[in-house]
Ligand binder design. Structure first.
Ligand SMILES: [Fe+2]
Length: 170
């Protein structure tokens, strides 16, 4: 079975729909960081970059009266749960291996513990750690990292560059 590429994942209409909310720039930047961390830590770069690209696809509209209400958003936030479900569904539709889809889904679910009543420190496996760390690297105060701009063609260029570097053993 040939590898489902990052560009294929990015171009799917489900990704296009949900990545707009948390921002293409953040998703692609975190995927790039995740690639480097994965190589350094001996984690699968295929799994790490897919998880990173999709980690925030569970975000929903957090505006109220035309403004972002951060406190309100945090109170109701379950974006990692929604994201895990959406990422899994998307990858299965693209014909992804079911075990890969599950690993990615779990890494999305556990990329943050901000919505949980307990910490995930020292609880994550190596892949989940890479995704959480890559996300933290791009984070800015007040969620400003979600508002940086990147055009879809820039995103495709960067992702196809990553795709070329990722070799999956058959
Ligand atoms: Fe994020």
């Amino acid at each position: 079975m040939s590898r489902v590429t990052l560009v294929q994942v990015f171009k799917h209409r489900i990704t296009q729909k949900y990545l707009q909310r948390s921002g293409i720039h953040h998703a692609v930047t975190v995927a790039t960081y995740a690639y480097d961390l994965a190589i350094r830590k001996g984690v699968s770069p295929d799994l790490a970059t897919k998880s990173a690209l999709l980690h925030d696809m569970g975000h929903y509209e957090w505006y109220r009266d035309g403004k972002w209400d951060y406190e309100e958003y945090r109170k109701h936030d379950i974006h990692a749960i929604k994201g895990a479900e959406r990422a899994h569904k998307l990858l299965i539709r693209l014909g992804e291996d079911r075990l890969v889809a599950k690993e990615v889904s779990l890494a999305v679910l556990l990329h943050t513990d901000s919505y949980l009543p307990f910490t995930l420190d020292n609880q994550r496996n190596a892949l989940q750690d890479v995704v959480a760390e890559a996300d933290r690297k791009d984070e800015q105060q007040h969620g400003l990292h979600h508002y940086k701009k990147m055009t879809p063609s820039q995103a495709v260029k960067l992702l196809s560059h990553l795709d070329k570097k990722i070799i999956v053993p058959s």
